[in-house]
Design a protein around this ligand. Structure first.
Ligand code: SF4
Ligand code: SF4
Length: 138
């Protein structure tokens, strides 16, 4: 039986932005997302890839500040591409890594104060499964 069969509460507190900074990680992009974000900035895909991305082991990831690990699109604790943000960002915290075990979920709470938040929406098992993503840590 899946440990979160009764659902989980979550509320993004928006202003903490811990999930966009704080530790080395990857934000992977699909071809469609590369196209969308390039269009959003009205630049060519080539320029977008050069300026904002890096080739990593499992694909293409957004660049991050190598000192504080801020995502390249994090500015004043806000996402500059919020409406076009990659699926990996949209599906947080419903990542397989976070949901593997109760312990994994508890560990993720150290970084995200919105997990199990008392005012959070209760996401049903079905809703969680619908959003479930393979993505690795940001
Ligand atoms: S770490 Fe959690 S609460 Fe903070 S911005 Fe990210 S999702 Fe929201
Ligand atoms: S793209 Fe936006 S939401 Fe995703 S990690 Fe970067 S700043 Fe955060």
């Amino acid at each position: 039986m899946v440990w979160y069969k009764d659902g989980l509460r979550f509320k993004c507190l928006n202003n903490c932005s811990n999930c966009c900074t704080g530790a080395p990680g990857f934000v992977y992009l699909t071809d469609g997302e590369i196209e969308n974000i390039s269009n959003f900035f009205k630049i060519s895909k080539k320029s977008f890839l050069t300026k904002y991305t890096r080739q990593v082991r499992n694909g293409i990831s957004l660049k991050e500040n190598y000192k504080n690990f801020d995502c390249c699109f994090l500015k004043d604790k806000k996402c500059l591409i919020y409406t076009q943000r990659p699926k990996q960002c949209k599906t947080f915290p419903w990542w397989k890594n976070n949901l593997k075990t109760t312990q994994a979920w508890q560990n993720s709470k150290k970084d995200c104060p919105g997990l199990d938040h008392v005012d959070g929406k209760l996401y049903s098992f079905q809703e969680i499964q619908k959003n479930l993503s393979d993505e690795d840590l940001l």
